[in-house]
Design a protein around this ligand. Structure first.
Ligand SMILES: NC(=O)C1=CN([C@@H]2O[C@H](COP(=O)(O)OP(=O)(O)OC[C@H]3O[C@@H](n4cnc5c(N)ncnc54)[C@H](O)[C@@H]3O)[C@@H](O)[C@H]2O)[C@H](O)CC1
Ligand SMILES: [K+]
Length: 493
């Protein structure tokens, strides 16, 4: 099993830069030349037929990388033009030295966008405007240059990070939309969460030869898990029997929302739970029986009927289709005190956010699975605040309610008492009803199969997204949650 990838803040990457130049005993300009070369090699690999290159250079070292790229292109006789967004006379240090290197190689440098032709589909555009030094709102003349890059006909390669994207949070206003981002020395958290997932295109990492020991000196913001690093379930012994694989109870499905509860139960079954019970409104029993006869569906009118059902299960998931009416509140109030691990989703989170039910309760053995809107309600803030710094929001929910918090998104964050994890999974086809219900069922099934809440959260998020990717091979639009069920089964082993 691989180790997860560390993700850093901009400041931490600058610290890694310093440790690297010290450890390698090289001047920082040498690191800049390595960066420029790493980006140029990727450019040639991706677009070997590129007939022209336009490099947009800013006023800092990100711009310096751009000048190195231009010099390397000129050395290969590839027609290249640099648009110096900040006049070269204002450059300092390594960036100035890189600019002089480009001039020596005969690179044509223009300082006005009017001197830069629009280019065509064969013109590769390089975004070397802003890197880890970007802060605040995008200012002119960089903002205008970003807009021009986004209007280019050809592909875009972003150097280190798409200009306008926050390395620390993944938030962005106006920013470069790149096809490829070549990032150096340390992967930035912002490349993999928030708007970063859409703005970066493919992310290519190059350590620039940074020795392994420098990474031990700097604390990452998060660690990124993928198929190779997420812990899987063990193989089953030949003499296994169903009780060994957990009894999951799903509670939900108020009038009109029975499908959500049934899908969560089906998902738990497909993720390998030994026994699944479903406590839901009586009117949903026939559907549950038809859709998933393996599930023991039990009618629940009020909290009293739920009480005896809380005895047997090894894990309880509350929320799919629960609604926010007294029925749902009663069921959550009772389930919330059960002495087995819990998974709270959807309206169970909205009820919890209301503060009337389970007020002040903190549990180490529950998994909360908010999307951005539910996280905002749990924190009593705007969704804009959550989007501005998703990692901070996930940590705040975890500090408020304890346990494991999964903040769902294209870059899903998992906050726990030892730090923050990030998992990129899924695709835009999964932006449809029922996806969250499936995730809830998978988490519960994995806890029932003796994974810790954190292990279950990590594997479930990855598995859920991968099942969505496989199901989307037939097309993203019209992807239904139930299309993913066969894939959950194939991937959970
Ligand atoms: N040894 C190293 O540090 C290496 C760094 N690499 C590259 O360098 C950049 C980081 O460079 P830095 O000079 O610190 O910052 P930037 O070039 O990203 O930007 C600073 C530049 O941008 C202006 N600016 C800041 N905020 C804004 C804003 N909101 N609007 C407009 N302009 C803004 C600021 O005034 C400066 O002019 C790193 O990303 C790498 O690309 C090498 O790759 C490796 C060695
Ligand atoms: K950039």
């Amino acid at each position: 099993m691989d180790t997860p990838q560390p993700l850093y803040s901009a400041a931490s990457v600058r610290e890694l830069d310093r440790h690297t130049t010290a450890a390698l005993k090289i001047p920082s300009i040498a690191l800049m030349k390595r960066a420029g070369r790493a980006a140029f090699v990727q450019l040639q690999k991706r677009w070997p037929e590129a007939r022209r290159i336009q490099v947009f250079c800013g006023g800092g070292n990100n711009g310096g990388d751009g000048y190195v790229i231009a010099a390397l292109a000129a050395e290969k006789q590839i027609p290249v033009t640099v648009y110096a967004c900040i006049d070269p006379s204002q450059l300092k240090g390594d960036a100035l030295e890189a600019c002089e290197y480009a001039r020596r190689e005969g690179v044509h440098i223009v300082t006005s966008l009017t001197e830069l032709d629009r280019g065509d589909g064969d013109t590769v555009v390089v975004d070397a405007l802003l890197g880890t030094g970007f802060a605040g709102e995008l200012r002119e003349p960089v903002a205008h240059a970003v807009e021009r890059i986004n209007k280019s006909a050809g592909p875009v390669l972003a150097v280190d990070i798409p200009s306008g994207l926050s390395a620390d949070s993944g938030s962005a206003g106006h920013a470069v939309h790149a096809d490829v981002t070549v990032t150096f020395i340390g992967r930035k958290l912002g490349l993999f969460c928030g708007r970063g997932v859409a703005l970066c295109g493919d992310v290519v990492f190059d350590s620039l030869g940074a020795p392994q020991q420098v990474y031990a000196k700097v604390e990452p913001l998060a660690q990124r898990f993928d198929a190779a690093s997420v812990k899987r379930l063990p193989a089953r012994a030949a003499d296994s029997y169903k009780n060994q694989f957990g009894h999951v109870l799903i509670i939900g499905g108020d009038s009109g929302f029975g499908g959500a509860a049934v899908m969560a139960a089906q998902s738990a079954a497909r993720a390998g739970a030994g026994l699944i019970s479903l406590a839901t409104r009586p009117e949903h029993l026939p559907a549950a029986l038809t859709r998933c006869p393996e599930v023991m569906a039990r009618p629940v009118i009020s909290g009293q009927e739920l009480e005896p059902l809380l005895e047997g299960p090894d894990v309880i998931a509350v929320g799919p289709g629960l609604g926010r009416a007294p029925w749902g509140e009663q069921l959550l109030a009772r389930a919330g005190r059960a002495d087995v691990p819990l998974v709270l989703d959807a309206d169970a989170l909205n009820i919890l956010a209301g503060g009337r039910v389970l007020a002040g309760i903190e549990r180490d053995d529950w998994v909360l699975t908010p999307h951005v809107g539910e996280a905002a309600r749990l924190l009593d803030c705007d969704t804009a605040e959550v989007l501005a710094d998703p990692r901070a929001a996930a940590v705040a929910v975890q500090q408020k309610f304890s346990g494991v918090v999964i903040l769902k998104g294209a870059g899903t964050l998992i906050a726990h008492d030892r730090g923050v994890d990030l998992i990129n999974s899924g695709n835009p086809g999964m932006a449809s009803g029922g996806m969250g219900d499936l995730l809830t069922g998978i988490i519960a099934a994995l806890i029932g199969q003796h994974m810790t809440p954190l292990e279950a959260a990590r594997l479930a998020v990855w598995l859920h997204g991968e099942a969505g990717n496989r199901a989307a091979e037939d097309g993203q639009r019209g992807l239904l949650a139930t299309d993913m069920l066969p894939w959950i089964r194939r991937l959970v082993d």
